[in-house]
Design a protein around this ligand. Structure first.
Ligand code: FMN
Length: 319
């Protein structure tokens, strides 16, 4: 069994990966998507999205990072995938699920789920460009508007050469609205010959146990649930090791993580909007597990200076 931290563009960057993998229980991270159009991307783009690749390939806490590419142009994806391998990547992940209108307008992300033939062409072109030792993986949704092509898409990816498939168990039009259709994960898993990673709507240990049960998948990817409850993966790992369900971390403990996150954001982007925007993104995500996060967010919402937000956060941890 393994827990994967989901890629989340604009949210799960290097700093968030550092904080969450430091808490524990996460076995693997996937980078935010790197968008490929028709060119070979410059080194700095890879460095910005996946700085860990240029250190050891792991976060500071030893958790490996996979890099994800998104695009619809087979040759351009193949060239950039090969470039990633030259930089040290042992796995390349391809995105077939992004619902963003700008991405879909250019035929990338979830728009590809309407064209299993093109999905197959992309995967087989990228596969052919990579050394055999490199694992090619993919992440898909169930479909664009409906599930009529779900199995055809999964089959296209696997016959094209994908060695592992992560499935976010919703269509593009369903966005992020519950429920996720975990029963589809079982259907896909039974249909393809490669491991399937289950994803969608896991917020608690009980959700984790339920998605495993319904899908039959060993590996589960978690996104928003880990932002809301940063110790969720650690509690899952603890449950596997001991059979005990331990209580979630207190708000006081969560605040230690928030302060660590904010300090790292300031170190990385002091004087830019980065630390302010990042903390304003994370706190609302925590409301689901910590009602205190709502009041804290209200207290910083109108602040624009990093130091003023720091004062509020420091007061909160002393409360
Ligand atoms: C803000 C946001 C950004 C995302 N960015 C990516 C991305 O870059 N690549 C990707 O494959 N999925 C992306 N996703 C989808 C997540 O990886 C995941 O599939 C989805 O959130 C469902 O899992 P969850 O219910 O555990 O959050 C994103 C989701 C959100 C909410």
């Amino acid at each position: 069994m393994a827990i994967v931290l989901a890629p989340m563009e604009g949210i799960v960057d290097e700093v968030m990966r550092d904080v969450l993998t430091g808490i524990g229980g996460i076995d693997l991270c996937v980078s935010e998507f790197i968008r490929v159009t028709d060119t070979l991307l410059p080194l700095k783009t890879f460095q910005r999205h996946a700085p860990e690749l240029f250190q050891s390939g792991h976060t500071r806490f030893g958790v490996p990072l996979r890099v994800q590419l998104l695009g619809s142009e087979p040759q351009a994806l193949a060239h950039n995938a090969l470039r990633l391998v030259e930089y040290g990547a042992k796995v390349v992940d391809l995105n077939f699920g992004c619902p963003a209108p700008t991405v879909n307008r250019h035929g990338g992300g979830a728009a590809l789920l309407k064209q299993p033939d093109l999905m197959h062409e992309i995967v087989s072109t990228v596969r052919a460009a990579l050394p055999e030792t490199v694992l090619l993986t993919a992440k898909m949704r169930l479909g664009f508007e409906d599930t009529s092509l779900t199995l055809a898409c999964a089959e296209a990816l696997v016959s094209g050469g994908v060695g592992e498939l992560t499935v976010h168990a919703r269509t593009k039009v369903e966005g992020y609205r519950p429920p996720a259709h975990w029963e589809w994960l079982a259907r896909i898993r039974e249909h393809v010959s490669v491991p399937v990673v289950a994803n969608g709507e896991v917020w608690t240990l009980d959700d984790y146990l339920a998605i495993r049960e319904v899908s039959g998948c060993d590996t589960v990817m978690i996104g928003r649930g880990l932002l809301a409850a940063p110790d969720l993966a650690r509690r899952i790992a603890h449950y596997h090791a001991t059979g005990e369900k331990c209580p979630p971390a207190s708000w006081a403990q969560a605040m230690v993580w928030v302060l660590d996150f904010y300090a790292q954001c300031r170190a990385r982007g002091e004087g830019t909007p980065y630390p302010v925007s990042r903390i304003k993104q994370w706190l609302p995500q925590m409301k689901r597990s910590y009602p205190e996060a709502e009041a804290l967010f209200a207290a910083i919402r109108k602040l624009t200076q990093a130091a003023d937000i720091q004062t509020v956060l420091d007061a909160e941890i002393r409360r």
